[in-house]
Design a protein around this ligand. Structure first.
Ligand SMILES: [Zn+2]
Length: 97
């Protein structure tokens, strides 16, 4: 469980953090405050993905099947980064869409 940045209670389940999309807002079930993963997580994912794809193409000349495997590995790595290093951030109600 993860701590809510609003009320400090451990109200955010692991699965919810895994599926959090920075474009949307999620509610803390304890206090009703809006939470999400920070936007820089998307930037981090994009940059690392581009670097990895670039080098795998240039250096390793991966075939289509291996690229699929690579994407799966990347997703797993990003979810681990998400769970360990990326904090749950506060979201402003005014930002909701
Ligand atoms: Zn809360």
């Amino acid at each position: 469980m993860y701590k809510c940045p609003h009320c400090g209670k451990k109200s955010i389940p692991l699965w919810k953090k895994l599926i959090m999309d920075p474009r949307y807002n999620y509610k803390c079930k304890e206090c009703g405050g809006y939470i999400n993963t920070p936007y820089y997580y998307i930037v981090l994912i994009s940059v690392v993905t581009l670097i990895v794809l670039y080098f795998s193409k240039e250096v390793l000349l991966f075939k289509a099947q291996q690229i699929k495997l690579e994407i799966i590995i990347l997703v797993v790595i990003f979810e681990i980064i998400n769970l360990i290093f990326i904090p749950v951030a506060k979201k402003d109600k005014t930002n909701s869409c």
